[in-house]
Write a protein that binds this ligand. Structure first.
Ligand SMILES: [Fe+2]
Length: 396
């Protein structure tokens, strides 16, 4: 059995007010239908139980690219402590620290503090989203994190280490089994394994209620439809319902499921699996009416592969050998087209850095329109952009 998470002691630390989850929405929304994976079942001595789990994972990843993970070793109380810390960080970060730790996405990293003025270092229009992003460097030196959070870095580190080294490792074991590869294949050959956050990062995000000016420019959109570029993304399900996924050719909300981890597959695994795993398109949209006045606190761990990884299908997979690679519009097909044309495909690091450096603002009305970034395909609006020769087409 996998060992459960054991957090460091809170004794002798400053008082941290408990995060109180806001009430779930009562709105009658169209929710995405997602599968649930009970990760503890992977340790079952009953082979039939494990096989069924692998089959469920296979279906979930093929159909949705999104799933709920439960029983992964962290209790609701332990999870809420992390939300309390994230809330504490955003309530207590000083103006001096906001300036000193200001991020610079043009560097290809989101490391540090994001103010609520867009996705550049230079302040743009208000988007109402604040972050603190902890990459490996933020764990190496206390100078890189807000002073208010210093007493709690042991807890943020232990939590991140558990997610990276236990939860994600077990999840990748399950996904390796779906590809019929050795258990440690994705962990050892694909995933960056440095502790505590590999080559990815953990994000404490705070979405403030939309102001009218932002809403009129963005039409209620808070983050554009996109795919994540890493291996797996681990989002803790939160009551303020804003996450949407593209399912059945339309956007559907992801329902609050207390304590569960919402997992989505990144583009690295879509390419590695020859299209058998789907990097699902998702976006962040305005909350339903009854939650619009609330702040949305969110914690996300973005897992990344080795930066030098050349992303090509794992042809040793018996599943790929038997069924071939699956072509559908997406990054797998684009990378394939480039390889076949003899064009250089980006490494994983290049791919993630170019996208971070070129985030488009939801308030950018000059580019977010037909004739600029947007095109109409079969009567639906899509954003079409190109990065390093790779065409990316995403529903608006
Ligand atoms: Fe995402």
């Amino acid at each position: 059995m996998a060992a459960p998470y054991v957090p460091p002691s809170t004794e002798g630390k400053p008082f941290v007010p408990a995060w109180v989850p806001p009430p779930a929405t009562k709105a009658d929304l169209e929710f995405a239908n997602l599968h649930t994976i009970d990760l503890a079942l992977l340790d079952s001595p009953d082979e039939a139980v494990v096989n069924e789990l692998v089959q469920t994972a296979k279906t979930a990843i093929k159909e949705d690219g999104f799933l709920y993970l439960v029983d992964y070793g962290i209790s609701l109380e332990q999870l809420h402590r992390q939300f309390s810390l994230a809330q504490y960080l955003h309530s207590n970060i000083s103006n001096e620290d906001k300036e000193r730790l200001l991020w610079d996405p043009e560097s290809g990293l989101f490391a540090g503090y994001k103010p609520r003025f867009g996705w550049k270092r230079q302040a743009g229009k208000v988007d109402g989203i604040e972050h603190f992003n902890f990459y490996a460097d933020e764990f190496k030196s206390l100078d890189k994190v807000p002073t208010c959070i210093h007493p709690f870095m042991d807890e943020i580190r232990a939590f991140s280490e558990y997610l990276t080294g236990s939860v994600n490792r077990r999840l990748l074991k399950l996904l390796s089994r779906v590809l019929e590869l050795p258990d440690e294949y994705l962990w050892e050959k694909v995933q960056a394994r440095e502790m505590p956050v590999n080559q990815g990062y953990i994000r404490h995000a705070l979405f403030h209620p939309l102001i009218e000016e932002t809403k009129s420019a963005s039409g209620g959109l808070r983050m554009h439809g996109h795919c994540d570029y890493g291996t797996t993304t681990m989002l803790f399900s939160v009551p303020i319902t804003c996450l949407q996924i593209w399912q059945d050719e339309r956007w559907k909300y992801v329902k609050y499921n207390p304590g569960s981890l919402v997992i989505n597959i990144g583009e690295t695994l879509e390419i590695l699996s020859g299209g058998h795993f789907k990097a699902t398109r998702h976006r962040v949209f305005e909350a339903p009416e009854d939650q619009r006045h609330e702040q949305r606190l969110s914690i996300v761990l973005f897992n990344a592969s080795e930066g030098d990884l050349q992303m090509t299908p794992a042809i040793e997979s018996p599943l790929i050998q038997r069924e071939g690679c699956l072509d559908y519009p997406g990054v797998y097909s684009e990378f394939k087209r480039m390889r076949e044309a003899g064009l250089p495909v980006p490494t994983n690091r290049q791919w993630r850095e170019v996208q971070i450096a070129n985030m488009r603002e939801v308030t950018d009305t000059a580019n977010n329109r037909i004739g600029a970034d947007q095109v109409v395909i079969d009567g639906k609006k899509y954003t079409q952009r190109e990065f390093l020769g790779v065409k990316v087409v995403l529903p608006v």
